[in-house]
Design a protein around this ligand. Structure first.
Ligand SMILES: [Zn+2]
Length: 337
């Protein structure tokens, strides 16, 4: 075997320690905590991401392991960026953004069962010794879209995050829409087909929008129809793109259920743009145009007097909307935006 030539001189900088990206603007620490992954980053007040790290969340190992993971990740970033002035965490819900508490998140459960109520902001504030703001991940994502993502300058935009669950959030007239008691609106759990035993939802109900439209639910439905060899939604998408009729029929059903959910959101919130994000949005070529047509049909009469048909677009923020939104709420909380 040939020996590798020896380096003549040591490299000038250690490639394992890249130069720290800095900013002259105020900076905050942001998290995006989902059912399977956690992202953490340092973001400045112009929306520039200075540092970023993503790894598998320890949700399956339980609540204690996940909380320890969040504190460890935060401490690592703060050690590199001691000027961090606040922390924003975008998390899957339900949660109480005012009290900073998780309210038994639908898709968080480990060996110790469901999480129940967790004062996440207080726990992180103690661990990191910073002010911590908690926000629903979909709410954070739509705030980020209106701040940095969408090309149109609309003040009326809704987001659908299609991942483990279905997250929804709306900015109307420039303000985040909250329900009574400051609760986040949980559009994923509106029931769109009551009594449909084929659509169990993580929340314990059946027939919720999430039970049809999340990537995980879509894969579950795919397994029932196409067979147990189906592992995930991308596999069904690949089959549909190859022309498999059963896989295409699943996407037709998906577009139908999506148009019903969208119709209900339009008559409640009147978005001008609906932006899709999350891992399942990658399959948008297989359902978005179809859903758009079906939605136009459902809104046909209303559209005669006022055009309610929203533009349906895919997020340009890749998977960083939650993180940017976490930064946005932290910057707002300390008066830097
Ligand atoms: Zn539900």
């Amino acid at each position: 075997m040939k020996k590798l030539p020896k380096a003549k001189s040591a490299p000038k900088s250690n490639p394992k320690e890249p130069k720290l990206v800095t900013s002259k603007h105020p900076i905050v620490l942001a998290y995006d905590l989902g059912g399977t992954k956690v992202a953490v980053g340092v973001v400045d007040s112009t929306g520039k991401i200075l540092a970023f790290h993503r790894e598998a969340a320890f949700i399956k190992q339980g609540k204690k392991a996940t909380l320890e993971q969040l504190i460890r990740l935060g401490k690592e970033m703060i050690a590199k960026y001691p000027k961090i002035s606040a922390v924003g965490i975008a998390s899957a819900g339900p949660l109480d953004p005012v009290k900073g508490e998780l309210l038994d998140p639908t898709n968080f459960s480990g060996p110790d069962g469901h999480w129940g109520k967790v004062p996440l902001a207080a726990i992180l504030a103690k661990g990191l010794k910073k002010k911590v703001i908690l926000e629903n991940d979909a709410a954070a994502a739509i705030l980020a879209e209106v701040w940095k993502g969408l090309k149109s300058n609309t003040k009326n935009a809704m987001i659908l995050t299609l991942g483990t669950g279905l997250g929804t959030a709306m900015v109307a007239n420039g303000e985040l829409v909250r329900g009574g008691r400051f609760q986040h609106t949980e559009g994923g759990h509106i029931i769109i087909k009551a009594g449909d035993e084929s659509a169990p939802c993580g929340c314990g109900q059946i027939g919720c929008a999430e039970a049809y439209l999340s990537g995980r639910s879509f894969a579950y439905r795919g397994r029932k129809r196409l067979g147990n060899e189906i592992i995930d939604a991308p596999q069904i998408a690949a089959r549909a793109r190859e022309g498999d009729a059963a896989a295409i029929a699943l996407f037709d059903e998906y577009a139908e259920m999506l148009s019903i959910a969208l119709h209900n959101f339009v008559v409640l919130f009147y978005p001008e743009v609906v932006v899709f994000t999350g891992s399942f949005a990658a399959a948008h070529d297989l359902f978005l145009k179809k859903a758009e047509k079906k939605l136009a049909k459902l809104l046909e009469r209303r559209n005669l007097v006022m055009n309610l048909q929203p533009k349906l677009v895919v997020s340009k923020l890749e998977n960083q909307a939650g993180l940017l939104g976490g930064a946005y709420v932290a910057l707002r909380a300390i008066g830097k935006l």
